[in-house]
Structure formats: C-alpha cells, structure tokens
Design a protein around this ligand. Structure first.
Ligand SMILES: Cc1cc2nc3c(=O)[nH]c(=O)nc-3n(C[C@H](O)[C@H](O)[C@H](O)COP(=O)(O)O)c2cc1C
Length: 226
C-alpha cells in the first residue's frame, strides 16, 4: 500500500469534522446557558423578593412589619431557610396585631401570565388589595388592572368568605360587566379589557378557594407571633 493510500483511509471525512465542531459548539453553548442561569438566578430571586417587599405593605393596610410563613399539607408554619410550601406573608401593626396576610396568585392574561400579590384580611374575610408583580398586558388596555381607579376599588373589600363546609368559598369571586356589580364578591371588569379583568378574577378565585379555608383554620398560628 502506498503512503497516499494510507492517508486517504485514516483522514477524517469533512462531515465528521463538521459534526465534531458542531458538537463542541453545542457543548460550549449549553455550558454557557447553564452558567448564566446559575449566575443570574440569585439576582432574579432577589428582584422578586424586592418586588414582593414593596407590594406587601400596600396590600395589607395598617401593617408595618411582616413574618414569613408557608402552607404545607394544609397547615401554616413559619417558613424555614428553605421554604418547601406555598409562601404566605403575615403583616402586623405597631402593637403586633395581625392585620392580614399576603399571597401570590397568577393566571394567563391577554399576552402572558399575570402575577400578583394580594392581601387577605381574615377578620373581614375579604381581599384588601392587589399589586401586580409581573404582566405583559397591552399598555393603555390590559395594564389598567394596575391603575384604573374603578378596578382597584374592587379590592378595598372583595368578599372571600370560607364555605361553612370548610372547603372553598361561600361565593365564588367572579367578574361582571363594567357597571353591573351588585354583590361584594363580584369584580367590576374594565370596559374593553375583559380578558385581563377576568384573569385577575380567575386567579383570585382559584387561590382563595384553595387557601382561604386554610388561613381561617390556622389563624392562631399567625396571630400568636411575638
Ligand atoms: C392590539 C390589541 C390589544 C389588546 N390588549 C388587550 C389586553 O391587554 N387586555 C384585554 O383584556 N383586552 C385586550 N384587547 C381587547 C380584547 O381583544 C377584547 O376585545 C376585550 O378584552 C373585550 O372587552 P369588552 O368585553 O369589555 O369589550 C386588545 C385588543 C387589541 C386589538
């Protein structure tokens, strides 16, 4: 066999070279994605916590301090270093009296998922306020859920009373056409932005059906905090 013949047998094909390069590029890209995710995750978490911090005292009127709890297996407990359950923030006044609790809720809006923090007052058994944490609703239309005076008024005392059976709500939270609200558990929708208004009603109803009975049943855990 001549030298030329040997070279033509052992030399990798152009396709092999291409695949090897592609594989290398894909591996490096993957590593970079993982690396940037790991680097930015604490910042994202920090920003999320800051947004919750800012919203908290707006949705629990009268609260000046807070304690972190979590819901695990239908029970409320102070949250540890690594919370495993649903986060719940309790707000207290200057005398240490419980003023309410705040939880996150989310649902699909017109463009993307809308995420809010809402405040629940267990004594009036009503929702006392909402703050949008994240949304991509259309400016001037769907983003009115954050600032439309009439819409925001819905959450001064939106009824969310637990059902006597201990499961769910006595009356589901529902959206109604603008100007036709007659009951305290109804949300007067924004005219021309029914989709975003309905998303807010849906997330509040879903969350309240699930968590209001747990909050009421575990009130002493939240109240007896020094
Ligand atoms: C470009 C564009 C953007 C829109 N953005 C929203 C939005 O962010 N939220 C929303 O509820 N409706 C939005 N709408 C309107 C909805 O398509 C729908 O017409 C409206 O929610 C119905 O409200 P109404 O029953 O009060 O008329 C948008 C419509 C258009 C054409």
């Amino acid at each position: 066999m001549s030298t030329t013949d040997t070279q033509s047998v052992t030399q990798p094909t152009p396709a092999f070279n291409m695949l090897r390069t592609l594989g290398l590029v894909a591996t490096i890209s993957g590593l970079l994605v993982v690396l940037s995710y790991r680097i930015t995750l604490p910042m994202i978490e920090h920003n999320k916590q800051m947004a919750i911090e800012r919203a908290l005292f707006k949705v629990i009127p009268g609260a000046i301090s807070r304690k972190n709890f979590e819901i695990v297996n239908n029970k409320i407990q102070p949250s540890g270093d690594k919370p495993q359950g649903i986060a719940l923030y309790a707000g207290y006044d200057a005398n240490g009296q419980l003023k309410g609790v705040a939880l996150e809720a989310a649902a699909a809006g017109y463009q993307d998922v809308i995420r809010i923090l809402y405040g629940y007052d267990p004594y009036c058994q009503c929702i006392r306020g909402i703050e949008v944490l994240k949304m991509a609703e259309t400016p001037g239309i769907g983003d009115k859920i954050n600032k439309d005076r009439n819409f925001v008024k819905n959450f001064e005392a939106l009824e969310a009373r637990p059902h006597a059976s201990g499961k769910g709500l006595q009356n589901a939270i529902v959206p109604v056409k603008h100007g036709s609200k007659t009951e305290p558990w109804q949300i007067d929708a924004i005219s021309g932005a029914t989709i975003s208004s309905t998303a807010v009603a849906r997330m509040l109803n879903d969350a309240s059906q699930q968590y209001v009975p747990i909050i009421i049943n575990n009130l002493s855990v939240l109240e007896n905090q020094e």
